[in-house]
Write a protein that binds this ligand. Structure first.
Ligand code: SF4
Length: 397
């Protein structure tokens, strides 16, 4: 854990006093229009004005929404709030990566990370407090799981980062991409995530193109099909191993939805729209999945995907060198091994960029997000026991 969470009690006080009111952050455009028409007896366009105040100008106080009549402002104040997560602290890395620790309730905090790069700014957003899926190489998994985040808590992360960055949708874009790759499995919190992604892509929200919002899943097969039916974002899959034996060990969800079923779902997802690709993330771990035979198996899997989707490079591979965290048994391969693995993929005609490690001086790199989780799975306690057994008493305290 980075540090204690001093301000979480403030969140409690605020949430208690405001809990009876409707949080506007929970509404996408359709839901907010309904709220205005059915609950407030107002016209739809008033909902649009409020969305612009919140997501374009970062105004959360109804009194400051000056193009609404006095009577409507008073009605809103009585019935609703615009309540974002509580900012506990933020840190900036020497490479410009920025991390926010955000309090969600008295016991739980999550992390959100912004990664600026040439001509783009990507925000990595969390969908749950902790994660129940227990991927073996993931720092979030060691924290256990507490609960899903609400739509307000998900879009609130975007709002806090966008406000901090001075992002002006449609004009001065600091935030060009969102990836649902932070803490949690987004498809296990389907409705809230889909609603939040709809605000990200709405012109009255953050105005991001569909392909600039990416949902990353460990492979919840039925929910991939539901996503294809109900949303229109880019799909990324945390693959990490090219065969079932290894993947079941690294990503336990594979025991329920093995690679063949997962690839079938990815093919269905890609085929729903012409020219659609799917990104497969592959975290390279020394001596575990970084050997030439793994590269060859991966190539076969990706080629088969391209063949079924009938498009060259329909499968995009992102290679992610493992980012170590305290107590993990995995190691990052050396640069030569990473380049060797990449070369095998390139020689087979595949584009497979190696993701540059960003923000590791503030523990914001891929797989390092932890937050503060009031664990309901007891996984945290087990992990600490294991650390102590390994002689890492202080780190586990
Ligand atoms: S890698 Fe993703 S799905 Fe797996 S435990 Fe970590 S947060 Fe959960």
């Amino acid at each position: 854990m980075d540090s204690p969470v001093p301000a979480v009690a403030d969140v409690a006080a605020r949430s208690v006093s405001e809990s009876k009111k409707t949080n506007i952050f929970d509404f996408d455009r359709a839901a907010l229009e309904r709220f205005f028409e059915e609950e407030l007896g107002e016209k739809k366009f008033r909902a649009h004005q409020v969305m612009k105040w919140i997501h374009h100008r970062y105004v959360t106080d109804f009194a400051g929404m000056t193009d609404l009549g006095k009577a409507l402002r008073a009605k809103l104040e009585e019935r609703a709030v615009v309540h974002a997560p509580q900012l506990i602290f933020d840190k900036e890395s020497s490479d410009g990566t920025h991390k926010w620790l955000l309090g969600m309730d008295p016991k739980n905090a999550i992390e959100t990370v912004y990664i600026p790069d040439k001509g783009r700014g990507t925000l990595c957003v969390s969908s749950q407090v902790g994660c129940a899926l227990n991927c073996q190489f993931c720092s979030t998994a060691t924290q256990g799981f507490n609960r899903n985040l609400s739509t307000a808590e998900i879009i609130g992360q975007v709002w806090i980062a966008a406000r901090h960055l001075g992002n002006v949708p449609h004009q001065q874009r600091k935030l060009t991409n969102v990836v649902m790759m932070g803490m949690g499995e987004p498809l296990a919190n389907f409705d809230n995530v889909v609603r939040a992604m709809s605000i990200m892509r709405d012109d009255l929200g953050y105005g991001l193109a569909n392909k600039r919002v990416t949902l990353s899943t460990a492979g919840m097969v039925p929910m991939i099909d539901r996503l294809a039916a109900e949303s229109d974002v880019s799909l990324a899959v945390s693959l990490h191993a090219p065969n079932d034996e290894l993947r079941s060990e690294l990503v336990p969800l594979n025991r329920k939805y093995p690679i063949a079923e997962l690839m079938d779902a990815c093919v269905r997802y890609a085929l729903r729209k012409k020219g659609e690709s799917v990104t497969f993330e592959y975290t390279l771990m020394k001596g575990v999945n970084d050997q030439p035979q793994h590269a060859r198996e991966l190539i076969r899997l990706m080629r088969e995907f391209d063949r079924r989707v009938q498009m060259k490079d329909a499968a995009k591979v992102n290679l992610i060198p493992f980012n170590p965290f305290p107590g993990t048994r995995f190691e990052r391969p050396d640069d030569e091994a990473i380049r060797g693995f990449q070369k095998l993929l390139n020689n087979a005609g595949m584009i497979a960029p190696v993701r540059r490690t960003r923000g590791d001086d503030i523990d914001a790199a891929c797989g390092q997000l932890k937050g503060q989780v009031m664990d309901r799975t007891r996984r945290q306690a087990e992990f600490r026991k294991r650390l102590v057994a390994q002689g890492a008493g202080d780190a586990a305290a």
